[in-house]
Design a binder for this molecule. Structure first.
Ligand code: ADP
Ligand code: MG
Length: 243
């Protein structure tokens, strides 16, 4: 369903993404792991054009984007089918939970305001915050804020949701409720590409785990293989530190 070919991003003369090839099947849950500074966030950001890739192609459904010559219209279409969940939630502080979820529907999907608000309310119910629509982010716990962040991505009904360390900013007490919501999405066969250090989540939920190092995919496989029989010394060394 999603084909990524030769995705490359340079900062200065350094290739932070060095020709990533990746196919993602419909409903597949992929977890990306790897050392800090290895290009995991850049990969996700390039897929959503939060960062403009220097080269490569991204194919999602019937949309093919050649990164080097992507048009504004193609980038907007790509953003409609790839939603992003940020480590620091990135909610609008001056908008309520309901407005935060509705905003993407109005701006990205061009939905009428009343329709967007009705849909946002339905999403709030699904994420267990049906009675908190009028709350501003500052009045919500970290876990609730990140659930709104995920709700915002859910509302877009994107082909792919990109999660960049969605629990790394949370106090430990809020991590489980966010992971539970992600498990709920996984059970609903939402296609997900997740950067996380939550190895138990990866083992339980991922169809495939990808180990990245220095801008490249070093190896990948089902968690039962990658975690227990890694083939590459770099993977073994990384796993010794995190498992
Ligand atoms: P990871 O998410 O795996 O920790 P990142 O994708 O954030 O890694 O970063 C990969 C490398 O790219 C790092 O060395 C980082 O310093 C560099 N980098 C990321 N964003 C920028 C930027 N906007 N400008 C310059 N260098 C960047
Ligand atoms: Mg990162």
């Amino acid at each position: 369903m999603i084909e990524i070919r030769g995705l490359t991003k340079r900062f200065g003369d350094r290739a932070v993404l060095d020709g990533i090839d990746l196919d993602i099947g419909r409903g597949e849950i992929i977890v990306v792991i790897g050392p800090s500074g290895t290009g995991k966030s850049t990969l996700l950001r390039c897929l959503n054009f939060l960062e403009k890739p220097d080269a490569g192609t991204i194919l999602v459904g019937d949309l093919t984007v050649d990164a080097a010559r992507a048009t504004k219209d193609e980038i907007l279409r790509l953003r409609r089918c790839t939603a992003f969940v940020f480590q620091n939630y990135a909610l609008f502080a001056n908008k309520t939970a309901l407005q935060n979820i509705a905003e993407g529907l109005i701006v990205v999907k061009k939905m009428a305001k009343a329709e967007a608000h009705a849909k946002a309310q339905a999403i709030l119910e699904r994420i267990g915050l049906g009675d908190r629509g009028d709350s501003y982010p500052a009045a919500l716990s970290g876990g609730q804020q990140q659930r709104v962040g995920i709700g915002r991505a859910m509302a877009l009904e994107a082909a792919l949701i990109l999660f960049d360390e969605p629990t790394s900013s949370l106090d430990p007490e809020w991590v489980d409720e966010v992971l539970d919501l992600m498990r709920q999405l996984a059970r609903a066969h939402q296609t997900m590409l997740v950067v996380t250090h939550e190895m138990q989540f990866a083992r339980d939920v991922a169809d495939r785990v990808i180990f990245m190092d220095e801008g490249r995919i070093v190896e990948q496989g089902p968690p039962s293989e990658l975690f227990f029989r890694p083939g590459d010394e770099r993977t073994r060394s990384f796993l010794r530190k995190v498992l």
